[in-house]
Design a protein around this ligand. Structure first.
Ligand SMILES: Nc1ncnc2c1ncn2[C@@H]1O[C@H](COP(=O)(O)OP(=O)(O)OP(=O)(O)O)[C@@H](O)[C@H]1O
Length: 228
């Protein structure tokens, strides 16, 4: 896919595949094009060239709502929770859009449990720490039972313990068959959970492969990880 903002190519012929049952990492320096790529995949931005195929189906011409019904969910770098609603109600809003409205309440209880948010279920989102808010944002994405889950910097603002639990959650989602794509600057998390990595720099993929190999790639060290 290619995306231009005026004369600037934010994405320049980028192609990648994410497989079910795996956590695919997308890393790179600020401004590399990671969020723009998520915008294209989730239907918020039309590419000037290229296509998006979800589960074998070309969804390039579909809007975000239809893509969601085809099993795509994402989180945003900037938190977008309903601040005055409780954690449970934030999840219910999404679950009621999911495949089976009748079981929304039960699905939400399951997600609260899975994310360790049960004790905060009745807390308004505005009163949560950033780490907990990020979990609610992930929970809201899970409420539509996604086949493809795009996570944009989900660990930003989490403390070490929260990130460790989050890593286990990502692994368990992949083990359940979900396709997880992770954009993240926390390299400990990326290296511990990703099965496969793509590195974007200035709108182009400069390396792809197993995390250990990518970490030692000279182009990646020069563009991004050299100081890590
Ligand atoms: N709406 C826009 N209009 C003009 N330029 C944009 C717009 N959105 C993004 N860009 C530019 O496109 C490039 C890619 O931005 P993008 O936000 O996708 O990067 P990123 O890899 O997600 O960065 P970060 O790690 O900081 O979130 C940057 O040069 C950015 O300034």
């Amino acid at each position: 896919m290619t995306v231009s903002f005026g004369g600037h190519r934010a994405l320049d012929g980028v192609g990648l595949t994410a497989e079910p049952g795996r956590v695919t990492g997308l890393i790179g320096p600020n401004g590399a094009g990671k969020s723009t790529l998520f915008d294209v995949v989730s239907g918020l931005r039309r590419p000037s060239a290229g296509r998006v195929v979800l589960d074998g189906k070309d969804v390039t011409r579909m809007g975000p709502a239809r893509r969601s019904r085809h099993g795509l969910a994402r989180t945003f770098q900037r938190l977008e929770l309903f601040g005055r609603l409780t954690v449970r109600d934030n999840l219910l809003v999404a679950a009621e859009l999911g495949p089976d409205r009748r079981v929304a309440g039960r699905a939400v209880t399951g997600i609260l449990e899975r994310l360790g948010l049960r004790e905060m279920a009745d807390t308004p989102a505005d009163d949560l720490s950033t780490g907990a808010s990020r979990l609610v944002e992930v929970g809201r994405a899970l409420a539509v039972r996604p086949k493809l889950l795009l996570l944009d910097e989900p660990a930003a603002g989490q403390d070490g313990e929260e990130t460790e639990r989050f890593a286990a959650l990502l692994r368990s989602l992949a083990d359940d068959g979900t396709t997880v794509v992770l954009v993240e600057h926390d390299m400990r998390l990326v290296m511990s959970v990703c099965d496969h990595l793509h590195v974007l720099d200035l709108g182009k993929i400069i390396a792809s492969g197993a995390p250990e190999a990518v970490r030692q790639d000279e182009k990646v060290l020069a563009a991004y990880l050299g100081d890590a």
